[in-house]
Design a protein around this ligand. Structure first.
Ligand SMILES: [Zn+2]
Length: 118
Protein backbone atom coordinates (compact mmCIF):
# COMPACT_ATOMS: atom_id res chain seq x y z
CA UNK A 1 0.00 0.00 0.00
CA UNK A 2 2.86 2.37 0.85
CA UNK A 3 4.49 1.50 -2.42
CA UNK A 4 1.26 2.43 -4.20
CA UNK A 5 1.17 5.77 -2.39
CA UNK A 6 4.77 6.37 -3.46
CA UNK A 7 3.76 5.48 -7.01
CA UNK A 8 0.92 8.03 -6.92
CA UNK A 9 3.35 10.56 -5.47
CA UNK A 10 5.90 9.94 -8.20
CA UNK A 11 3.37 9.44 -10.98
CA UNK A 12 4.40 5.82 -11.64
CA UNK A 13 1.12 4.94 -13.31
CA UNK A 14 2.33 1.69 -14.87
CA UNK A 15 3.15 0.39 -11.39
CA UNK A 16 -0.31 1.39 -10.15
CA UNK A 17 -1.90 -0.63 -12.93
CA UNK A 18 0.44 -3.61 -12.32
CA UNK A 19 -0.51 -3.70 -8.62
CA UNK A 20 -4.24 -3.26 -9.30
CA UNK A 21 -5.99 -6.62 -9.64
CA UNK A 22 -6.87 -7.16 -13.30
CA UNK A 23 -10.45 -8.18 -12.57
CA UNK A 24 -10.99 -4.92 -10.70
CA UNK A 25 -9.48 -2.51 -13.21
CA UNK A 26 -12.82 -1.82 -14.95
CA UNK A 27 -11.03 -0.29 -17.92
CA UNK A 28 -8.61 1.79 -15.88
CA UNK A 29 -5.29 2.36 -17.65
CA UNK A 30 -2.02 4.12 -16.91
CA UNK A 31 -3.01 6.60 -19.61
CA UNK A 32 -6.28 7.45 -17.82
CA UNK A 33 -4.47 7.81 -14.48
CA UNK A 34 -1.99 10.22 -15.99
CA UNK A 35 -4.62 12.52 -17.49
CA UNK A 36 -5.71 15.73 -15.85
CA UNK A 37 -3.98 17.70 -13.15
CA UNK A 38 -2.29 15.62 -10.50
CA UNK A 39 -2.79 16.61 -6.87
CA UNK A 40 0.19 17.71 -4.83
CA UNK A 41 0.59 14.69 -2.52
CA UNK A 42 1.72 15.54 1.01
CA UNK A 43 1.70 12.53 3.29
CA UNK A 44 0.23 9.15 4.08
CA UNK A 45 -1.38 8.16 7.39
CA UNK A 46 -1.97 4.45 7.76
CA UNK A 47 -4.81 4.24 10.29
CA UNK A 48 -5.10 0.47 10.48
CA UNK A 49 -4.02 -2.58 8.59
CA UNK A 50 -4.61 -6.28 8.86
CA UNK A 51 -3.69 -9.24 6.77
CA UNK A 52 -4.29 -12.93 6.62
CA UNK A 53 -2.64 -15.39 4.26
CA UNK A 54 -4.32 -14.11 1.12
CA UNK A 55 -6.33 -11.04 2.13
CA UNK A 56 -5.25 -7.65 3.31
CA UNK A 57 -7.05 -4.51 4.38
CA UNK A 58 -5.55 -1.07 4.89
CA UNK A 59 -7.37 2.04 6.07
CA UNK A 60 -5.47 5.22 5.33
CA UNK A 61 -5.64 8.90 4.68
CA UNK A 62 -3.52 10.18 1.81
CA UNK A 63 -3.24 13.95 2.13
CA UNK A 64 -2.90 16.24 -0.82
CA UNK A 65 -3.42 19.78 -1.93
CA UNK A 66 -5.47 20.62 -4.95
CA UNK A 67 -5.68 24.29 -5.89
CA UNK A 68 -4.01 24.97 -2.53
CA UNK A 69 -6.93 23.31 -0.73
CA UNK A 70 -6.07 20.55 1.75
CA UNK A 71 -7.95 17.33 1.16
CA UNK A 72 -7.47 13.61 1.72
CA UNK A 73 -8.39 10.31 0.26
CA UNK A 74 -9.68 8.40 3.27
CA UNK A 75 -10.18 4.84 2.18
CA UNK A 76 -10.38 1.27 3.39
CA UNK A 77 -8.61 -0.68 0.67
CA UNK A 78 -8.82 -4.39 0.07
CA UNK A 79 -5.88 -6.38 -1.22
CA UNK A 80 -5.56 -9.95 -2.39
CA UNK A 81 -2.40 -12.01 -2.64
CA UNK A 82 -1.81 -14.01 -5.77
CA UNK A 83 1.41 -15.80 -6.73
CA UNK A 84 3.18 -14.11 -3.86
CA UNK A 85 2.22 -10.53 -4.76
CA UNK A 86 -0.39 -8.20 -3.29
CA UNK A 87 -2.96 -6.63 -5.57
CA UNK A 88 -5.41 -3.84 -4.85
CA UNK A 89 -8.97 -4.92 -5.52
CA UNK A 90 -11.35 -2.25 -4.28
CA UNK A 91 -11.84 0.36 -1.63
CA UNK A 92 -14.54 2.07 0.39
CA UNK A 93 -14.21 5.85 0.60
CA UNK A 94 -14.85 7.85 3.76
CA UNK A 95 -14.88 11.57 4.50
CA UNK A 96 -11.48 12.98 5.48
CA UNK A 97 -10.85 13.40 9.21
CA UNK A 98 -8.89 16.61 9.69
CA UNK A 99 -6.52 17.14 12.63
CA UNK A 100 -7.65 19.35 15.49
CA UNK A 101 -6.40 22.95 15.41
CA UNK A 102 -3.56 22.34 17.89
CA UNK A 103 -2.48 18.98 16.51
CA UNK A 104 0.46 18.64 14.17
CA UNK A 105 -0.23 19.43 10.57
CA UNK A 106 -0.55 16.52 8.17
CA UNK A 107 1.89 18.01 5.68
CA UNK A 108 4.96 17.13 7.75
CA UNK A 109 5.90 20.73 8.62
CA UNK A 110 5.90 19.96 12.41
CA UNK A 111 3.77 23.08 12.87
CA UNK A 112 0.36 23.13 14.48
CA UNK A 113 -2.44 22.56 12.02
CA UNK A 114 -3.99 25.98 12.74
CA UNK A 115 -0.66 27.67 11.91
CA UNK A 116 -0.14 25.70 8.74
CA UNK A 117 -2.51 24.12 6.24
CA UNK A 118 -5.81 24.80 7.99
ZN1 LIG B 1 0.77 21.97 6.85
Amino acid sequence: MRSRFTAFYLGLFDYLIETHHQQHLCGLTAQLLSEGTQPNWLSLDVISSSESALRGKVTFQAWFKDNNQLDAIHESSDFIKENGSWYYTEGVQHNPIYPKRNELCVCGSKKKFKQCCL
